[in-house]
Write a protein that binds this ligand. Structure first.
Ligand code: NAD
Length: 365
């Protein structure tokens, strides 16, 4: 498809292609919407095979951030960035600072944070060049890694899913298969063990799998995680894991996890619904990290951040209730929740940013 047509159809405001060959920088920053606030979303570092693959990821992920903030009631817009490269071998201070300069050039319409392949130390480098960065380390004045709050929110969403399925949010005696035992999946898996659940897990990284095994997780090979017969499948690695091939293999009552863009295509959400597998919309259940960086932006208060993250329990239940009321797959119900809020705020005028965000952005640094 022609890029302009694609941008128009997906509703993006702008896309910045960033290149600095001297430091090996190849990146795309996509700002989907600044209606509710600045477009906030992490920067993913991944060895994309082509520019098209990187661009598609940036476009899909940034639109997901608009929906995530809107559905969670957070006054932020949607943006996301991708850096092409291997996060294990391709990082340097110069690369991150060069990326920071591109972020800065957008004047606050895009605010970055960590995502797959990036962490607080990268944010500290980016913060040398721009104030439009969150997830900065506490030593440098930030709120640190948002992953524990993301995992806490996902746990609330799995409890809400249990409430919906069995009328009881307790996870004691339930079984969960966690795909990806990195920052989010690792915290999630150990919290599930603490809650008394039987936890299966997989990771392509042997160290991450070994850490989880220590925490009481039964490790299965990465290609077998879809075949584990259990209550909940919790994707916490990359996207598009619910697809034509995996749907045939899932033997679970629900899909509820932290990864972004879990459905390869919208029709896979319809198919989950048809098969009677409850789906917690990814952008509703994984909003905890966004909650944390939003709080960092307006002045960090841990109690408020955790209270907001606890609200994910009710938000996931609300998506299920809208799905039932309107006879929709829950993925579409989550989008409806987000679109209703975007529509309501749009009627207040363009770029209707709330006072807390405006004051935070105007504060001298
Ligand atoms: P991470 O890089 O720390 O962890 C991802 C893990 O998945 C890694 O250990 C990796 O080895 C593993 N993995 C990759 N492919 C795999 C496969 N095929 N099978 C099994 N394991 C595989 O990243 P993260 O921060 O934990 O993010 C995980 C997901 O959650 C991503 O989709 C991310 O966008 C989403 N997310 C993260 C946050 C956050 O706060 N970190 C917030 C919202 C959403």
């Amino acid at each position: 498809m022609d890029l302009f047509t694609e941008l128009h159809e997906m509703g993006h405001e702008r896309v910045l292609v960033c290149s600095n060959p001297e430091v090996g920088l190849r990146a795309v920053i996509a700002v989907h919407s600044t209606l509710l606030g600045p477009g906030l979303g992490g920067v993913r570092m991944w060895p994309y095979a082509s520019f098209d693959e990187a661009l598609t990821d940036a476009l899909r992920l940034s639109r997901g951030m608009t929906y995530k903030a809107a559905a969670a009631g957070i006054n932020l817009g949607g943006g996301k960035a991708v850096l092409v490269g291997d996060p294990k071998s391709g990082k340097s201070e110069a690369l991150m600072r060069a990326f920071g300069r591109f972020v800065d050039s957008l004047g606050g319409d895009y605010i970055t944070a960590e995502d797959v392949g990036t962490d607080t130390s990268d944010m500290d480098w980016i913060a040398m060049e721009t104030r439009w960065v969150t997830g900065v380390s506490p030593e440098n004045g930030g709120a640190g890694d948002p992953s524990p709050v993301t995992a806490f929110g996902v746990l609330q969403g799995i409890r809400a899913t249990a409430q919906r399925l069995w009328g009881d949010p307790s996870l004691a005696g339930r079984s969960v298969a966690v795909q990806g035992l990195g920052s989010v999946g690792g915290y999630l898996a150990s919290s599930l063990v603490e809650q008394g659940a039987k936890v299966f897990g997989s990771d392509i990284d042997a160290e991450a799998a070994a850490r989880a095994r220590e925490a009481g997780v039964e490790i299965v090979p990465p290609d077998q995680i879809y075949d584990v017969a259990c209550d909940v499948f919790a994707p916490c690695a990359l996207g598009a894991v619910v697809n034509d091939l995996t749907l045939e293999r899932l033997k679970v009552r629900a899909v509820a996890g932290g990864a972004n863009n879990q459905l390869e295509e919208d029709r896979h959400g319809v198919e989950l619904h048809r098969r009677g597998i409850l789906y917690a919309p990814d952008f509703v259940i994984n909003a905890g990290g966004l909650v944390n960086v939003y709080n960092e932006l307006i002045g960090y208060n841990q109690e408020r951040a955790m209270r907001m993250a606890r609200g994910i329990f009710d938000n996931v239940l609300r998506a299920y209730a809208i799905a039932e009321r309107d006879g929709l797959p829950s993925a579409e119900a989550g989008e409806k929740m987000a679109e209703e809020r975007l529509g309501a705020i749009r009627s207040l005028g363009p770029r209707h940013w709330d006072l807390a965000v405006r004051e935070a952005l105007a504060r001298p640094r």
